[in-house]
Design a binder for this molecule. Structure first.
Ligand SMILES: Cc1ncc(C[n+]2csc(CCOP(=O)(O)OP(=O)(O)O)c2C)c(N)n1
Length: 338
């Protein structure tokens, strides 16, 4: 029987060796789902895909810092790893991409990745960037008013922080000390607009000072670094001390979505250089350095993830599409007009 490799360093608070390997698995699984989505799009089988590549570290780290089943996510469209670490399955992810009738987010009506899974504490999101930030603050206020010890994690890109609603949300959240954590996944681009044309500051986290809340920066390619800061912010929020703005510096490895072509605004050298920041090999190195994983386990986990994504793809593709009658369902709450 294979023995557990000797752990060479103490583990971060709240994370066991098994949890760290599970986090690694979620990152690999997300990457494979993402690759599959873009391949299906190019095959003409799905209309649209939004990539998460380069964001796996921040999203998995953040998901594991929450109390699953208690805390709520108010995510945005790039949060595949967050969703897959918070109870969404690869079958559900793929079914939404195929826009099948049984899609659990919207019965195939919404854009892909517009998560909405109330039974897993994932709130519905809006395509209007930053609109969901006000929704998330409202939810957090409700939890506080009901004296429920629930924290809301609200995510967005750095481009979204240019929106008026984002500022209104943070201002209100801080005045009322709502139990929210604002997580900016700063990938340096809002579609084709680089950060320097979006704001005249280097760090989004500096905006926190204007609202009287802590602003924290972390390496968003590192799941453990992100886990550590999100966990501290979640504890602070749960203790009634108010919200925190976290800026996780990451990057977007691919074009904004399958409808975009980053070659029109990034040079081939820039695109190539991003590969050195890939969160997956970096986390592999981190785990190996601590004796928590070896090459054999890495190969097994990758094989398992590939099999899970292959199975989910075949299954989702076989599910029936919506029918003509479905046009009229989910438009009004049933009985609302009676
Ligand atoms: C109010 C509004 N303006 C513009 C858009 C079009 N749009 C969709 S995604 C996006 C970029 C958002 O960038 P960022 O917040 O940095 O997130 P990222 O996509 O980089 O993860 C824009 C401008 C939109 N959906 N809503």
């Amino acid at each position: 029987m294979k023995s557990e490799p000797k752990v060479r360093a103490s583990l971060p608070d709240g994370l066991t060796a098994d949890t760290l390997r599970e986090m690694y698995y979620r990152m690999v699984l997300t990457r494979m789902c993402d690759d599959r989505a873009f391949a299906l799009n190019r095959q003409g089988k799905i209309p649209f895909a939004a990539t998460c590549q380069g964001h796996e570290g921040v999203q998995v780290g953040a998901a594991y810092a929450l109390k699953r089943g208690t805390d709520w996510l108010v995510p945005y469209y790039r949060d595949t790893a967050l969703a897959l670490s918070y109870g969404v399955t690869p079958r559900e992810q793929l079914m939404c991409l195929f826009a099948r009738k049984a899609d659990i987010f919207s019965s195939g009506r919404q854009f892909p990745n517009h998560y909405s899974v109330p039974d897993r504490n994932i709130a519905s999101i809006s395509s209007i960037i930053a609109a969901h930030v006000t929704h998330g603050v409202g939810m957090a206020l409700a939890f506080r008013m009901r004296k429920q010890p629930i924290v809301t994690l609200i995510t967005f890109g750095e481009g979204s922080t240019s929106e008026g609603e984002w500022h209104e949300a943070l201002n209100f959240a801080s005045i009322h000390k709502v139990p929210a954590v604002f997580l900016c996944e700063n990938n340096e681009f809002a579609i084709s607009v680089p950060q320097k044309l979006q704001m005249a500051i280097t760090n989004v986290a500096d905006r926190a000072a204007g609202y009287g809340m802590p602003g924290v920066i972390c390496d968003g390619t590192d799941p453990v670094a992100t886990y550590t800061v999100v966990r501290a912010a979640v504890e602070r929020a749960r203790a009634g001390e108010g919200p925190t703005l976290i800026e996780a510096k990451c990057y977007r490895a691919m074009s904004h979505t399958s409808d975009d072509n980053q070659a029109t605004y990034r040079t081939p050298q820039e695109i190539e250089a991003l590969k050195s920041r890939d969160p997956i090999p970096r986390f592999e190195g981190w785990l190996k350095d601590r004796g928590l994983i070896d090459d054999e386990t890495i190969a097994q986990l990758k094989k398992k993830a590939q099999a899970e994504v292959d199975e989910a793809t075949d299954w989702a593709e076989q599910q029936p599409p919506p029918t003509e009658e479905d046009l009229y369902t989910h438009v009004y709450a049933s009985g609302a007009l009676s």
